[in-house]
Design a protein. Structure first.
Lengths: 404, 363
């Protein structure tokens, strides 16, 4: 076991650090600086362009596709170093890099690769994901948005997508729709990329329980998509989705502890029997366990990266990271509010930390659902890691149109 | 970065696993309990002959000079198997204490015998109910007095490292008039515990007085590996049983109530293993990070083993409550591991007092 960089990795890290030191500071958004969505996206695009010009965009993408042709570990090193700066790197950049490029590279044709990959690496194109629907969340293959072929050159799409992050600021969307309701549901889906400025695309913000509107619902009404924007063959939509969803993992490079600041928070809060809240045995134990688990997750990710760097596929093991994280975020932030006392429910103006913890507690509910709900991930772990049987299914081999 | 065991370490683990599954299957453990055996002496000799006991003992004292991760691989297999051997007492605690704190003569006298398995050592720290690192025993003028209880493997041990006043460590041979050993009924039926009374017993002080915390941290890493192995055994046993058992016309393993329970356990095991790996690495390569890494590993491993021991028995249903099933070995061992070397409160406290700064981690 060697937890340190290899000489090659160390050399790459040194190179990246030097490059970031020169280029990143101009793009940093200081904590607390507020700006509107479109400004944030513009800054995100500018930083991505800078990364591209530096030769660090698409580190693991093959050179012939416009990437760097580097290793997973190099991508991890870059992400770790990059995360030391507060840079504009939201979903508006991430969806394109980790999802759109992955699916186009694997399932797209040459013209599609030429058109989209380099432009996305440069930050010229931003993307949103149009997968989930009101009745297709965990059961994604239940999508009802349908596309009907109009001659040989285009498709007409009708339906509704939800939870499309940043759709209102995206240039393009990756879209999965139903094209054949006469076959079982996984077989009748087709994948497209859609220009978000197409007529008939109507994006409405979702009012979330946090008060923010990070997500949208996207209504598609007679949206015409040229056949050249179909990714893969008709009926291959599910395979394309799997490519996208597999690429969702192992993306994070930041090791900022969520739990560590809570020790100071507890120590700054008066305790039940005098002293501080951090003198309470139950608080100490709960926080220490959360911290230990957070550390474990970090080293577990290191194990997964080691697997990937050897060409092994961690598969459903990767889902453990998010599963543990979301529950831990909810528990730890919930505990922090509790140890703070009633004050946590109405903190003084200027108490930004309590506001942040409140937000974490709200946001954790979304984390437990998005990107594979807890229950879906547990099924995947049980079936693919432990080899337990799949659930009894009522929709197998039934044509989609005959399902309830 | 290569955050995995080496091929050699994996092979070492497989060797240990092969030997233990052959020599110490569950029926053998049941037989030891029925025979009220103190320990599995033949297995201990064999472990010594194969070099497992001397893994971390320096070569100059008859060991293999291997590292904490190598020993951890062995500890993990012993935990998985639940073998009735005093590995933790004799190797992880006693031999390590002498290696860290002993003088040259003490090392030369005892390490070769401990490494070969010829002698057995134990570590006497608790003094009745309450915090386990108790320091009521006294040492003066080469004589040790006081009571230590309970002491794991105290009946078969030739020597004890004894925690005394001021946090110092004394070395004492147990076969002498000043030492009285009283056997208890031990909750873990495969690990005998004793009360040891010292009345002006002849003893030696070990010179490395400030090494107690380092010893405990290093032992906690090994305990974490042991618990990870045991927790994984519980996971696999529960999975195998659920796959086989039919309920309402389908395998028990096909119910989400069972799948999700075992998925949670699988997550706990992998997280605990990751912390154990890191703490093993820190034992060797980053001593400044060891206190927090050891505490994290300890807390994660106890959480995984607790869940494993309890839910494995639960998945088995009524059969799990029988001596013929194998769940009870782990159910009892888990409580022992939960308190030996300090409970969760102790380690939470130790973690909070040793949280690493970002600078320490970057170094």
């Amino acid at each position: 076991m060697d937890f340190n960089d290899t000489p090659q990795e160390a050399a790459f890290r040194t190179e990246v650090r030097a490059w970031l030191a020169t280029h990143a500071p101009a793009h940093v958004i200081p904590a607390g600086e507020m700006m509107d969505d479109s400004e944030e996206v513009q800054r995100g695009k500018a930083w991505q362009r800078c990364v591209y010009d530096g030769g660090y965009a698409g580190i693991t993408l093959p050179i012939e596709l416009g990437g760097r042709g580097g290793s997973v570990i190099e991508a991890v090193v870059f992400a770790e170093e990059e995360s030391k700066y507060l840079l504009p790197k939201g979903p508006y950049i991430g969806i394109g890099l980790s999802m759109a490029i992955a699916v186009i590279a694997k399932h797209g044709n040459e013209a599609q690769r030429d058109k989209f990959i380099e432009a996305t690496l440069k930050g010229d194109l931003t993307w949103c994901q149009l997968f989930s629907e009101p009745s297709a969340g965990s059961d994604l293959a239940n999508v009802r948005t349908k596309a009907v072929q109009d001659g040989n050159t285009s498709w007409i799409v009708n339906g509704q997508k939800v939870w499309s992050s940043w759709a209102h600021r995206s240039d393009w969307g990756i879209l999965v729709v139903r094209t054949d309701p006469t076959v079982p549901k996984h077989k009748g889906m087709t994948f497209f990329v859609v220009d978000m400025k197409s007529p008939g695309v109507d994006i409405r913000p979702i009012r979330q329980i946090s008060g923010a509107s990070d997500f949208n619902e996207t209504f598609l009404t007679d949206v015409r998509i040229p056949d050249e924007n179909r990714i893969g063959e008709p009926g291959d939509g599910w395979a394309c989705c799997m490519t996208v969803l597999m690429g969702e993992r192992l993306a994070s490079g930041s090791h900022k502890s969520m739990v560590a600041p809570l020790f100071d928070y507890a120590a700054a809060t008066p305790g039940t029997n005098g002293g501080t809240a951090l003198d309470s045995g139950s608080t100490r134990l709960a926080l220490a366990q959360a911290y230990a688990e957070e550390q474990a997750s970090r080293w577990f990710e290191a194990r997964l990266r080691t697997m990937v760097s050897r060409g092994e596929n961690p598969g459903a093991l990767a889902g453990m990271v998010k599963l543990a994280y979301a529950t831990r975020l909810q528990k730890a932030s919930g505990l922090a509010l509790e140890l703070r006392g009633l004050d946590a429910m109405a903190p003084a103006h200027g108490d930004a930390q309590t506001r942040d913890i409140q937000y974490d507690y709200i946001w954790s509910t979304a984390m437990r659902i998005a990107g594979g709900a807890d229950e879906v991930l547990k099924n995947q772990i049980a079936e693919r890691v432990l080899g337990m049987p799949g659930d009894v299914r009522m929709d197998k081999n039934v044509p989609f149109q005959d399902l309830k | 970065m290569n955050f995995d065991l080496s091929d050699e370490q994996k092979m070492l683990g497989e060797q240990a696993r092969g030997l233990l599954s052959e020599r110490s299957p569950y029926d053998h453990l049941r037989g030891l309990i029925d025979a009220k055996a103190e320990w599995d002496e033949p297995l201990w000799r064999e472990l010594g002959d194969m070099g497992f006991l001397g893994a971390m003992v320096p070569e100059e004292y008859g060991g293999l000079s291997m590292g904490a991760l190598d020993l951890g691989v062995i500890a993990q297999e012993l935990g998985r198997n639940n073998a009735a051997v005093p590995f933790f007492s004799s190797i992880v605690l006693c031999a390590e204490a002498i290696r860290l704190a002993g003088n040259d003569a003490q090392k030369a006298q005892w390490l070769p015998k401990l490494a070969s398995g010829e002698a057995v050592g134990c570590f006497a720290y608790a003094e009745g109910p309450g915090p386990v690192f108790a320091t009521g025993a006294t040492f003066a003028d080469g004589r040790l007095s006081g009571m230590k209880s309970p002491v794991a493997d105290g009946g078969i041990a030739n020597i004890a490292v004894v925690l005394v006043q001021g946090g110092a460590l004394a070395l004492v041979e147990l076969d002498q008039p000043g030492v009285t050993r009283t056997k208890f009924d031990s909750f873990d039926q495969l690990r005998a515990h004793y009360r040891i009374d010292f009345a002006d017993a002849v003893a030696e002080m070990m010179p490395g007085e400030s090494l107690l915390e380092q010893l405990i941290d290093r032992a906690a890493v090994q305990a974490a590996f042991e618990s990870v192995g045991a927790a994984e055994a519980c996971l696999n046993m529960a999975r195998d049983y659920a796959m086989d058992r039919q309920m309402f016309g389908r395998p028990l393993a096909s119910y989400q109530a069972i799948k999700h329970k075992l998925a949670d356990l699988a997550v706990a095991v992998e997280l605990a293993r990751s912390n154990a790996f890191y703490a093993g690495w820190a034992s060797q390569e980053a001593p400044a990070l060891l206190p927090s890494a050891a505490a994290s590993a300890r807390l994660s491993a106890l959480a995984a083993f607790e869940m494993g021991a309890r839910e494995n028995l639960q998945v088995h249903g009524g059969v799990g409550y029988t001596q013929e099933a194998n769940c009870h070995f782990y159910y009892r061992r888990e409580r022992l591991n939960a308190v030996a070397l300090g409970n969760r409160d102790y380690w939470a406290d130790r973690l909070i007092k040793n949280l690493p700064t970002e600078q320490a981690e970057a170094a």
